[in-house]
Design a protein around this ligand. Sequence first.
Ligand code: ADE
Length: 224
Amino acid sequence: MRIDIITVLPELLSSPFEASILKRAIEKGLVEIHFHNLRDYSIGNYKQIDDYQFGGGAGMVMMIEPIDKCISKLKNEREYDEIIYMTPDGKTLNQGVSNEISLKKNIIILCGHYKGVDQRVRDLFITREISIGDYVLSGGELAAAVLCDSIIRLLPGVLNDETSALTDTFQDNLLAPPVYTRPSNYKGIEVPKILLSGDFPKIEKWREEKALERTTERRPDLLK
Ligand code: ADE
């Protein structure tokens, strides 16, 4: 998979890709990440990328021309399956959306800033608009990092234990059951006996029950 990220703040985005699972996925060649600094496509001597909004009102709007130049250059080089815009008024990200995007070959992610991008960018280029939740961030970069992490960990070969993404919370619309590790007794607090029994069918049944219990309690909306 190849992910091209268009941003005005590439330095804000680099560190999530330089550690742990994402770093390993890149090193193994399972994903390629390319950052494109929108300033490199800016207009005029002042390297302009944003301007006042027509009709008045506070806040700057990202101009169409630098974004068009960047996206058009990329599209001339290869075909893209999706051009995603990170924005708080997009569709809320969930596991299903991440699963779907993880099957794509080439995607572009555009990070918004200020008041967002000129509507014509959205109308002309964007295939999908994603929000990571009902709150406003200073820009789309952290949201793009969240999206990338959720996609990349699903790519075959990225996780060591191939089955572990399948048992994640949300994969079957259930929250994950509680987990425990050593010691089996910590200051008198015992691990559930069943987990030490070695009876794997019973353990599996216990985990299903706990997952259902936790989901009913915390996220009944997932069971509908
Ligand atoms: N940009 C600013 N806030 C955002 C959010 N909640 N999700 C995605 N992109 C954003």
